[in-house]
Design a protein around this ligand. Sequence first.
Ligand SMILES: Nc1ncnc2c1ncn2[C@@H]1O[C@H](COP(=O)(O)OP(=O)(O)OP(=O)(O)O)[C@@H](O)[C@H]1O
Length: 300
Amino acid sequence: MMNSTLTISRLTKRFQGVSALSEVSLSLGPGMRVALLGHNGAGKSTMMKIILGLIPFDGGQVQVCGAAPGSARARAQVAYLPENAAFHPALTGEEQIRHYLSLRGESPRRASELLERVGLGRAAGRRIGTYSKGMRQRVGLAQALIGRPGLLVLDEPTSGLDPVSRRDFYALLDGLAAEGAAILLSSHALTEVEARTDRILILSQGRLVAEGTLSDLRRRAALPVALIVTPAPDAAAALAAALPQARQADDGTLHLTCAQTEKLALLAHIATLGPQVADLEVIPPSLEDIYSHFSRRDGQ
Ligand SMILES: Nc1ncnc2c1ncn2[C@@H]1O[C@H](COP(=O)(O)OP(=O)(O)OP(=O)(O)O)[C@@H](O)[C@H]1O
């Protein structure tokens, strides 16, 4: 495919007869942020290892920046951040990044600029042993940025980070994507990828069972929409009678569900109840609901 940073076509991988990936196809263009979701054992790490050229595959094709995975050309373009990036605790952030720059044949002087970029400018002179987990992940990201990679492969990059560190981390990724880097990240934190990625891929038992934007997946899953209606003071009984299908919660609100296709008709009906309604909330299916819909295991 033209202008594709990563192209995977009908990729198959078996481990001693166990099928880890079956006929997986996908493509990632420059600047795309893609989340790879799946249960434990779904095949996410296997796919990342194949993209990085660390393990061979049995069938299909993989092109990384136009080259074979693991080739010198592909390696020069791909950066990888493992889930728990480990560094020498006695080195400072600056020393560690200078070291990696020298290994890659680049000027160690770029270390400060890279650390500044990931928000570690002020901590650059401190030993990594004193860094928080979020700061260590940033050192990992600074390392991944060496050589301006076209593709970033991030294995659960935000696991163990607090909400503010997560937000900062995604803001950094947004900046990199805006500069043209394609980003493939795996995550179990569904609600955060919901807002921070362009496309979602769901792997289940080695098969790509869903792919698209969240609204694509939402439409395809066709899960029910929930509505919460708050009665006006003294109107609870009348409202409950007008909405017999609703369940009354302990706080007095009325909870309803309906198919996507019936939503507008139900809203129109509630609108006719006028002053009996104090408030109305429409809650679309969450990414968790959509994820479980697509990744149901056999027999569940
Ligand atoms: N080296 C190996 N030898 C044998 N089987 C393997 C090997 N590596 C992975 N597998 C199997 O391949 C399947 C996919 O594993 P993989 O590690 O890719 O899943 P994952 O989606 O990354 O899971 P997790 O979320 O737990 O990291 C699993 O059934 C796993 O047991």
